[in-house]
Design a protein around this ligand. Structure first.
Ligand SMILES: C[S@@+](CC[C@H](N)C(=O)[O-])C[C@H]1O[C@@H](n2cnc3c(N)ncnc32)[C@H](O)[C@@H]1O
Length: 239
């Protein structure tokens, strides 16, 4: 999947990143092992849960903009291992990540995923969400700047932010995310280390700046799974 000639498919190297960025790069099992040890989770349960997730990703035919299969498996494994049930997704697109999130909170957990998108052609949003998990998903059409403030404080266990990748959207999602999460909730930000350009500025420069502006720079660990070229920033808010 890594290709030097396509910007967003260029490999990520720690030496190119700003000082102080905590990056973990390796196989899914390596990343799960690190996630477990940093957060006091059972590594074997996390790994076993990741095997249960059966949905695909960008590397397996989902459209551009979707997460990779391994990133989906990490999301799924974390939610299942912790028994999380209330998930907020910011940026649905076709619904690749939504499938992983919704499958994780589905039976026997009985949870739900609220997924927000502001795409002008909203009929295409979530079009790849599979029937098996659709009942777990509530799609919300609207801009994150309008929708997030309307949601109830402390009403989510995990927030997956994968929207515009701008400084202001990242900062806003993290600040609002901290209000919306229950104590000890999880913030996951996609594309934190991505080299593609968003409105003329490198994605990772914008997203990392947004995280820093929200005062959370030191709290995130960035996982680059299976040589993914995106990076998944993960932070557990204080209990
Ligand atoms: C990278 S895609 C999401 C990919 C998806 N999470 C997946 O892995 O399949 C970004 C999505 O965020 C949405 N988006 C961008 N800015 C937004 C905003 N201000 N409010 C709500 N949604 C937004 C876009 O319309 C787009 O569908």
């Amino acid at each position: 999947m890594v290709r030097a000639d396509i910007e967003y498919l260029r490999t990520i190297n720690l030496s190119e990143l700003p000082l102080g960025i905590r990056m973990v790069k390796g196989s899914l099992l390596h990343c799960l092992s690190d996630l477990a040890s940093r957060n006091g989770l059972d590594e074997n349960i996390l790994k076993a849960e990741s095997e249960v997730d059966c949905y695909g990703g960008f590397d397996e035919g989902y459209p551009k903009g979707s997460i990779t299969r391994s990133e989906g498996r990490l999301l799924f494994a974390l939610i299942r291992t912790l028994g999380l049930s209330r998930v907020l997704e910011i940026g649905t697109l076709h619904g690749c990540s939504t499938n992983h999130l919704a499958a994780a909170v589905g039976p026997p957990v009985g949870g739900s995923v609220v997924s927000i998108d502001n795409k002008s052609d909203f009929s295409k949003v979530g079009s790849w969400i599979v029937d098996k998990v659709r009942d777990q998903v509530k799609l919300v059409e609207g801009d994150l700047f309008d929708v997030l403030p309307s949601l109830e404080k402390g009403s989510f266990d995990l927030i997956f932010e994968d929207s515009a990748h701008l400084e202001e959207t990242t900062k806003f999602c993290i600040e609002e995310g901290r209000r919306l999460l229950a104590p000890g909730g999880w913030l996951m930000v996609h594309d934190t280390l991505c080299t593609t350009h968003v409105k003329g500025v490198r994605c990772r420069d914008r997203v990392l700046k947004g995280i820093a502006l929200a005062g959370m720079r030191k709290k995130f660990v960035h996982y680059v799974i299976d040589d993914s070229t995106y990076g998944m920033g993960i932070c557990r808010t204080s209990c």
